[in-house]
Design a protein around this ligand. Sequence first.
Ligand SMILES: *[C@@H]1O[C@H](CO)[C@@H](O)[C@H](O)[C@H]1NC(C)=O
Ligand SMILES: *[C@@H]1O[C@H](CO)[C@@H](O)[C@H](O)[C@H]1NC(C)=O
Length: 264
Amino acid sequence: MGLFFNLCLLFFILISISSTNACDRCLHQSKASFFSKASSLSSGACGYGSLATSFYGSHLAAAVPSIYKSGSGCGACFQVRCKDAKLCSKAGTQVIVTDLNKNNETDFVLSGRAFNAMANKGMGQSLLKLGVADVEYKRVPCDYKGKNLTLRVEESTKKPNYLALKFLYQGGQTEIVGVDIAQVGSSSWTYMTRNYGAVWDTNRAPEGALQLRLVVTSGFDGKNIWAKSALPVDWTVGGVYDSGVQIDDIAQEGCGECDDQIWK
Ligand SMILES: *[C@@H]1O[C@H](CO)[C@@H](O)[C@H](O)[C@H]1NC(C)=O
Ligand SMILES: *[C@@H]1O[C@H](CO)[C@@H](O)[C@H](O)[C@H]1NC(C)=O
């Protein structure tokens, strides 16, 4: 009797843990401030450089370490809305993480354009005057409207052995947690490591045309994504290459407060 009861209890505890944890969009409460220049958010800890200002209509964000996640949070997209009903719209705006925010008083420092985009019509100036706003936010999938995951060969690359690649236009709602590289047609894979932000590198770069194998978080698990011809045989330093694949997976999170609705 006692054992049966305990088993039932355990069963219900497990069910309730997995149902509270399986969330596509955890809701977070914090504050956000802003930089007046989007370029303040472009050089930083993710390594996107001036390219960042072309992302998401310059709706950029510097995020605290718990979101930046040692660089794996670079390129993640969030829906952010401020909570003053008079000044702020219910939909808020979408931003992309392009930098690390070392100030722990707000989870995000937004570009002025993103901060302003949270306002109701005609309320932009009043919101900007506040400087800091109470916000709520959740992670959302990044959508680059038809663009594939793209690779940029970094200037630090030194042929033939040292290769540094930056990932751009990373879709979905995941993190890249592993990268392997091999010559096209070869099964001799070499791992790359995250150098910083969105930049991965290796000292043992294969020659020729290159293929990539990515491990991304998906659901509660991992998933392999294979870019069969990521870099052409004549790739060059500074070159930007379409990987031919895109990520559209959603990695679920565990959290207390889940909000799967789309804010409108
Ligand atoms: C922020 O960090 C400072 C210094 O480490 C600490 O004293 C302060 O309590 C932190 N504030 C918050 C809101 O966590
Ligand atoms: C993305 O990759 C696919 C498959 O290689 C390709 O057919 C498509 O043209 C690429 N899309 C863009 C926008 O380059």
